[in-house]
Design a protein around this ligand. Structure first.
Ligand SMILES: *Cc1c(COP(=O)(O)O)cnc(C)c1O
Length: 414
């Protein structure tokens, strides 16, 4: 006969054995289930948590212990944080409402007036704006450098440099940076390396294993994986995530909604198989695009023609990821833009939208959308031409994606 004690030991799987592999951690890491023993993580839609007595409540508030008020902590959000930290090989993670608010939290936690940041000039458009416009208002200077030119990163260092910020591969040109080399440059200067790992996700790339200090995520993308909710996160050492970011979060309040955390927890369980399948589909589409007369260039780290192909294969578990871009031909920027629009408008399966990381393939025109708010100079420096088309490949059959691209491309030659 089982006693109640035996039963609660059996269902409380919060303490997992050592040495589990990432695929297992992605499915199993969470807070202990409730007394009911639910097998799927519970969704705690509660802003406040009832305290056993006034003294306990006082202590929990004073020491910011779990769980008092949902701006400080919520059990479903904590499960998401624990799962992401386990998958990234980080000591801790903190969840935010969006990817951008993760970078906002990063800046609020680690930067002050007079500090200096070095950022790849090829990062997500809003990331450039956040550093160049918003943080600049508070006296933080940012120097933007070529993603792949290590000499430029080193040359940009100055005594006030606190952070190096990179995204690899970049959006939309899929430039790959050497995480280990950048970490050495940062550490020699007493600075930290932050890597936006949105595109590879921990299924393909764990930046901390390569020496990065902090990993940032737009969970909106592959962690969710089905384009449903927005979310973000930072992962790294407990002394940064818990001790520095935690208090800023409690004050500033860019928390992840518990419902979104629950959706993300479900998405992360299939992350590994999705990333593998979507990478394979993307490689097939990229190889086809390379053969097309009206495509001038294909950007995809999985192709042997990619300038950092070897580095990408080493750093990304041998896979290219699920995002590619290509330049459609055009005699002038206007003609190239018209041809790119033709490719988008001829699709009947792909979604014309500005997201990625979905099981539904999404096609977009970066120069007029994600990078539309940049000045023409910033855009040219980032290499985003008017003929550039970005494709985030999902889980449709790759031949149906190819047929859909063919509809527009075939009309350019006629
Ligand atoms: C989408 C994205 C972001 C921003 O995330 P949001 O959730 O949209 O705020 C940051 N970095 C990269 C690489 C992204 O793709």
């Amino acid at each position: 006969m089982t006693t109640r004690d035996d039963e609660s030991r059996r269902i409380a799987r919060a303490v997992l054995p050592e040495g589990l592999r990432r695929e297992t951690l992605a499915v199993r890491t969470a807070l202990a289930p409730s007394q009911h023993g639910e097998n799927s993580e519970a969704l705690f839609l509660s802003s406040a948590f009832v305290q056993p007595d006034a003294a306990t409540m006082a202590r929990r508030f004073a020491e910011s212990e779990d769980f008092t008020y949902a701006r400080t902590s919520n059990p479903t959000v904590r499960s998401f944080e624990a799962r992401l930290a386990a998958m990234e090989g980080a000591e801790a993670a903190i969840a935010t409402s969006t990817g951008m608010s993760a970078i906002l939290l990063l800046g609020m936690g680690l930067l002050k007036a007079g500090d200096h940041v070095i950022c790849s000039r090829s990062v997500f458009g809003s990331t450039i704006n956040l550093f160049a416009k918003e943080f600049a208002k508070f006296g933080v200077r940012t120097t933007f450098v070529s993603q792949t030119d290590l000499g430029a990163w080193r040359a940009a260092l100055d005594p006030a440099t606190r952070l190096l910020f990179a995204e690899t591969p970049t959006n939309p040109l899929t430039e790959v940076c050497d995480i280990r080399a950048l970490a050495e440059i940062a550490h020699d200067a007493g600075a930290m390396l932050v890597v936006d790992n949105t595109f590879c996700s921990p299924a393909l790339q764990r930046p901390i294993e390569h020496g990065a200090d902090i990993v940032m995520h737009a969970a909106t993308k592959y962690l969710d994986g089905q384009g449903r909710v927005m979310g973000g996160a930072l992962a790294g050492p407990a002394k940064v995530i818990k001790d520095v970011m935690g208090p800023v979060m409690r004050t500033a309040g860019m928390v992840l909604a518990p419902f979104n955390a629950w959706v993300l927890l479900k998405g992360m369980e299939t992350l590994d198989i999705r990333m593998r399948a979507q990478s394979a589909n993307t490689l097939q589409v990229a190889q086809w695009l390379e053969q097309q007369a009206d495509v001038e260039r294909v950007y995809y780290p999985g192709l042997a023609s990619h300038p950092q192909h070897a580095l990408a294969m080493r750093q990304q578990s041998g896979l290219g990821g699920a995002l590619l871009s290509f330049d459609v031909r055009g005699a002038s920027p206007e003609a190239a833009r018209a041809n790119a629009f033709r490719v988008l408008d001829s699709t009947r399966v792909l979604s014309v939208a500005t997201n990625l990381g979905d099981t539904k393939s999404i096609i977009t025109h970066p120069a007029t959308t994600s990078h539309g708010r940049l000045t023409e100079d910033q855009r040219r420096a980032s290499g985003i031409g008017q003929g550039l088309v970005r494709l985030a490949v999902g889980l449709e059959h790759p031949l149906d994606v190819i047929d859909d691209l063919q509809r527009g491309l075939s009309t350019l030659t006629s």
